[in-house]
Ligand binder design. Structure first.
Ligand code: ZN
Length: 185
């Protein structure tokens, strides 16, 4: 199999961290992993924990920004985020359930604590969860910017307290009324 990422290497059979079957490019060091291989290894080793990479930095992770072709089907692979915290994306070929990791991305998955659940990362549920989380992170940033950090913290506490009160509707009306002591509200 030829490497569709660097287009200069060959994908040779390998074992990631000496555990599960994969193919590694002789040139760019990227890894091609079939979800099937990962899952069958996981079934045999349910307790296995991948250790956090030591002396690791996200700067060392390479990423192909352009679309990549599946080394098996030749079709364009989808780019999938792995968590809401990192902007790195991995390539996924849904037709063969194959994952492409650029050099360093396996370390990134270990650092994020999701290497052991690689098969979940490519599911629609996981991707939806990331989308929701990214959206709520964006809102938090917008509020922080708009209100200032201290005020945002304060209004969050007030809201939390308010939401926990049995008469929250009445309390809200009181709060929102220009003059809560006037009947003409
Ligand atoms: Zn390559």
């Amino acid at each position: 199999m030829n490497c569709t990422s660097c287009k200069n290497g060959v994908l040779r059979p390998s074992f990631i961290d000496g555990q599960f079957r994969a193919h590694t490019c002789t040139n760019c060091g990227g890894n091609w992993i079939l979800v099937e291989d990962f899952v069958s290894w996981k079934e045999q080793n349910p307790e296995y924990q991948f250790s956090q990479p030591s002396q690791w930095s996200e700067d060392e992770v390479s990423e192909t920004a352009s679309a990549m072709l599946c080394p098996i089907t030749g079709l364009i692979m989808r780019k999938l985020k792995v968590t809401a915290q990192t902007s790195h994306r991995i390539d996924f070929s849904s037709s063969v359930a194959g994952i492409w990791l650029d050099k360093g991305e396996w370390e990134l998955l270990k650092a994020e604590g999701i290497a052991g659940t690689l098969n979940n990362v490519v599911t629609q549920q996981w991707q939806n969860k990331i989308r929701e989380q990214s959206a709520s992170n964006n809102f938090a940033e917008i509020y922080e910017e708009k209100f200032g950090i201290d005020n945002y913290q304060k209004i969050k506490e007030i809201k939390q307290w308010l939401d926990a009160q049995p008469q929250k509707a009445d309390l809200r009306s009181y709060l929102l009324a220009e003059n809560p002591y006037s009947a003409s509200q």
